[in-house]
Design a protein around this ligand. Structure first.
Ligand code: SF4
Length: 170
């Protein structure tokens, strides 16, 4: 590594707190270390202690730092203007996104799941108890850990959802 680049790298990790996380981009689930200074991510790199990737990252995983920062014309990192930091909602039929807080989002999701479940729940079919909710499909996320996805599928099954999958077929 050239001397100047090495010095810049040291500044980004020096005195930083290390937080381990999972890559958000695909179902492989590689481990990443985030270096954090004053609540700001200053560097990301592969986690050598993670048994899945042993420190290696593909080009997508290597670009994690750019979720938060991009480089200006002088090569200086500046906050990524395209990063979404708030939930966005688009009402049915609308062509506009509106910012909403998490409280509103979560209660709206819960209300709509309840309404659809109540409207489509099937208790029996051909005299057999089935307790299923065919009106809802459920997809897990590679943005979440195995444990979080386990809880998602548990919640989905508990309300009768049978159309259930994950991008990595967990
Ligand atoms: S680093 Fe690449 S292979 Fe690993 S989880 Fe991320 S996108 Fe997938």
């Amino acid at each position: 590594m050239p001397q100047q680049a090495e010095a810049a790298e040291n500044v980004r990790v020096q005195y930083a707190k290390e937080v381990s996380t999972i890559c958000t981009f695909c179902g492989v689930g590689c481990g990443i270390i985030c270096h954090v200074q004053n609540g700001v991510v200053t560097n990301t790199e592969g986690d050598p202690d993670n048994p899945i990737n042993e420190g290696a990252l593909c080009s997508k995983g290597s670009s994690h730092y750019n979720i938060s920062y991009v480089y200006d014309t002088k090569g200086k990192p500046v906050p990524n203007p395209n990063r979404l930091t708030k939930p966005l909602y688009r009402a049915p039929g609308s062509n506009k996104w509106e910012e909403k807080d998490w409280g509103w989002m979560l209660s709206e999701i819960a209300k709509r799941i309840k309404k659809t479940r109540d409207a489509t729940f099937v208790a029996t079919s051909g005299g057999v108890t089935v307790n299923r909710t065919p009106g809802i499909s459920w997809l897990g996320s590679a943005f979440c850990t195995n444990e979080e996805n386990y809880l998602f599928q548990k919640l989905a099954r508990s309300i009768g959802i049978i159309d259930l999958d994950h991008c990595a077929r967990l």
